[in-house]
Design a protein around this ligand. Structure first.
Ligand code: FDA
Length: 304
């Protein structure tokens, strides 16, 4: 049953028709718990509130299904406006983005040129940009582009997913670049040819890559709500005397709020991933797929 629901949400999230429909009706069905708003102003207000209790943020302008150059340029413009708004408002946040929204599926050159404009803007403000990792089909090209960008930019990082078999090799390969990595379990539906089907194997691999990247001496964002993983990291950095400045915990907006605040109180850096924009449906579906228990929350909101 749970697997069926997971598959259903993952498919719905990819459906263009469902995304179009959702866009028309605005943030509904409890999506506002996970999405900070539809406008930049709403997202900045959400970051401001997080900053009040010591949490920092990474803002993500949601955009899926970009199939024309015009849409990709628009999406890049939104990223740059977000960086402007962060600087103007003085909130503490960097930027996360998806390269498919910048035209990765249209042309590599278009995507790289958009990335460079965004990174130039971020550099102007001494800010940082994180490339989210998408499905396996985009993994190699994303890492290739990241390598290319690192030749000219040090204010860019990428994400590595623990569920992929290739991941340990990727961590090794990125060592020479002193990559700033966000490590996650992985959110997409992948084939057992390329990813661990069992959660316990994903968790084990996650621990291994956390250890490896930290011991390599590079900045590591541990992006997880899993208390066992968080506890494991705390113990590991303590035992290895890894300074708090070399890592941070990251969680999603609206998930495990109390845990986020608790970690700040304990002296850790906590960054909250704050998505915003009218294109919220795919993101929302991925959050439901991760935790079908959220469906009850959605149902309650439908009848409010
Ligand atoms: P796990 O799924 O084991 O969940 C542990 C516990 O966390 C659950 O028992 C529950 O209490 C809570 N929880 C988890 N998900 C929840 C939800 N949706 N609603 C309510 N509670 C929930 N993935 C990817 O492929 N590419 C990327 O770029 C990113 N980026 C990213 C950034 C940040 C800041 C985070 C936190 C996560 C991502 N992810 C991601 C998503 C990631 O791959 C993964 O799918 C989710 O974080 C869920 O896995 P957990 O590590 O939280 O553990």
């Amino acid at each position: 049953m749970e697997l069926m629901m997971r598959n259903m949400f993952q498919s719905l999230g990819k459906s263009r028709a469902a995304n179009r429909l959702a866009k028309k009706y605005g943030l509904r069905f409890g999506a506002a718990r996970f999405v900070a708003g539809e406008t930049i102003a709403q997202s900045i207000a959400a970051v401001h509130a997080l900053n009040q209790d010591g949490r920092v943020a990474t803002l993500d302008h949601l955009g899926e299904f970009v199939f024309s150059e015009e849409e990709a340029l628009e999406s890049a413009a939104m990223c740059m406006q977000t960086l402007d708004a962060i600087a103007e408002s003085g909130v503490t946040s960097n930027l996360s983005l998806k390269m498919t929204s910048l035209g990765l599926d249209i042309s590599r050159d278009l995507c790289i040129s958009n990335m460079k404009r965004i990174l130039d803007r971020a550099r102007l403000y001494d800010n940082f940009v994180r490339i989210d990792m998408e499905d396996f089909a985009h993994c190699q090209i994303s890492l290739d582009i990241y390598r290319e960008l690192r030749q000219d930019y040090d204010n860019v990082g990428i994400v590595i997913q623990a569920y992929l078999f290739r991941t340990m090799q990727d961590i090794d390969d990125l060592d020479g670049l002193a990559a700033n990595l966000r490590l996650v379990k992985g959110a997409y539906k992948e084939s057992p040819q390329v990813a661990f089907p069992e959660k316990s194997d994903v968790d084990e691999n996650y621990k291994k890559i956390i250890q490896k990247h930290l011991l390599n001496g590079h900045y590591t964002a541990i992006a997880s709500h899993d208390e066992a993983i968080i506890q494991f990291t705390k113990q590991f950095v303590h035992d290895q005397q890894i300074p708090n400045q070399q890592f941070e915990f990251q969680m999603l907006y609206g998930i495990c709020e109390e845990l986020q605040k608790q970690l700040v109180k304990e002296g850790y850096r906590v960054r909250v991933y704050v998505p915003y924009g009218v294109d919220w449906f795919g993101y929302f579906m991925r959050r439901l797929a991760e935790r079908p228990a959220n469906v009850w929350f959605v149902l309650k909101n439908m009848f409010k």
